[in-house]
Design a protein around this ligand. Structure first.
Ligand code: FAD
Length: 390
């Protein structure tokens, strides 16, 4: 009953799944292309100069201690029962878990490709892109404009662009108070909007402007050569352009044949097994189980459900219908946090959000509540990194 499990991706989903299956006595190999993992959660604090990049960088040492075999390589495809690698020999598996995260859909926004990302960073995968955007903010003159473009749903971390605007505003308020932040959005409403708007009015009055499509915020084209961000109505030439383009499940999910025409991977909400190919489970940002936002919290929760389901399958038992939770903390300032929470049940193999469960932090709460939630955000980060990539 001790099955061979291969996991692709050492991020929040993959590292958690690998660790829980290894602890249950299974033979687990984790394939990850990068030598270290830099977390997207808390990367906005690095942009604000509140943390160095090292504070959000991890090395999976705890996974090795739990008995996971780590292979640093690039997964390139899936044949029947084995995972193909760029340099090593194929890895045979009984069950494969893909948690490869996202790819940016270069070309979906005219003018935005990999070369453009070196001038107009997305910083939607943490690491070099985070360092680049931070360097640009540091080099900017006081009085400059930072443009952030936010994509349509679904994408990685729904509140992320607005947390980013807030924490960049924290930095600019301290160091370059005549500067402005313009958010050009592809959607009419966003996650925790009343809480962000209250925070912006309280902490950074007049600094952040949010422009939805109905007010001309939809970005039609960018030109890194002239530093232009063009909507259907206006052309902007900001000092710093943070372009967050549309996304899809990472390349290996497309190559393995588990992504559909949406670019995401339809899976069972009971086991996270692919609807398109047997014995392959997809978790984290890459999957579409019916409901659940794309967050590290979700990826970690889905990983545990998947580990239990695979353990049950190897033992010949029935997987148990799960209840999953997601909580997304956002920091609007170093001592100003709030949350959105949701609970998800499974019916007919798909997840749905439970009514009357979850919700957002209260609007109009006193500073002690915001400051306590900022502390909870830091505790959450310490806990989840320790349980997954630490
Ligand atoms: P990842 O964590 O991205 O892991 C994927 C891994 O797979 C990577 O290490 C990658 O190198 C590897 N990989 C991919 N393809 C291959 C291949 N072919 N071969 C080998 N390795 C491969 N979530 C929260 O819950 N809370 C937050 O506060 C929060 N803040 C965020 C802030 C920002 C600015 C951003 C951008 C995101 C934030 N998120 C947050 C979202 C969170 O980062 C993602 O939801 C989470 O990382 C998804 O986990 P994952 O396992 O699906 O993918």
């Amino acid at each position: 009953d001790r099955g061979r499990v291969v996991v692709v991706g050492g991020g929040f989903g993959g590292a958690t799944a690998a660790r829980f299956l290894a602890r249950a006595g299974h033979n687990v190999t984790l394939v990850e292309r990068d030598p270290a993992f830099v977390t997207c959660p808390f990367s906005n604090t690095v942009l604000a100069g509140l943390n160095p990049l090292e504070a959000i960088t991890f090395d999976w040492s705890g996974l090795r201690a739990d008995g996971v075999t780590l292979v640093q390589d690039e997964a390139t495809g899936v044949d029947d029962g084995s995972l193909a690698l760029a340099s090593g020999d194929p890895l045979p598996f009984d069950r494969l878990i893909l948690s490869p995260g996202i790819d940016l859909r270069y070309g979906a926004l005219p003018g935005y490709d990999e070369a453009a990302a070196q001038i107009m960073p997305h910083a939607w995968k943490a690491g070099a892109q985070t360092a680049l955007l931070r360097a640009q903010l540091e080099a900017m003159e006081d009085g400059g404009t930072v443009v952030i473009t936010a994509p349509a749903n679904p994408y990685r971390c729904p509140p992320g662009p607005y947390e980013r605007a807030s924490l960049i505003a924290d930095y600019l308020t301290r160091e370059k108070p005549a500067s402005k932040i313009l958010i050009l959005d592809a959607k009419e409403a966003f996650s925790k909007q009343p809480l962000f708007e209250e925070a912006w009015a309280t902490l950074y009055p007049g600094m952040i402007e949010w422009v939805p499509p109905s007010m001309g915020g939809n970005v039609a084209e960018v030109d890194p050569g002239t530093m232009t961000v063009a909507t259907d109505f206006m052309s902007y030439t900001p000092a710093v352009a943070n372009v967050i383009p549309p996304q899809r499940a990472a390349a290996i999910a497309q190559d393995a044949g588990v992504a559909d025409e949406t670019g995401w991977c339809p899976v069972s909400g009971l086991t996270f097994e692919s609807d398109l190919r047997p014995n392959i489970h997809v978790i984290g940002d890459a999957c579409f189980p019916g409901a659940m936002p794309k967050s590290a919290f979700s990826a970690n929760a889905q990983a545990k459900v998947t580990a239990q389901a695979i353990d049950a399958i190897f033992r010949g038992a029935d997987p148990v219908s799960p209840k999953l939770m997601n909580t997304c903390y956002s920091l609007a300032g170093p001592d100003y946090g709030f949350t959105v929470a949701g609970v998800y049940g499974e019916a007919d193999g798909k997840l749905f959000e439970l009514e009357e469960a979850g919700g957002i932090s209260p609007v109009g709460a006193p500073p002690e509540v915001r400051s306590a939630e900022a502390d909870y955000a830091r505790s959450w980060y310490a806990t989840i990194t320790h349980e997954s990539v630490g």
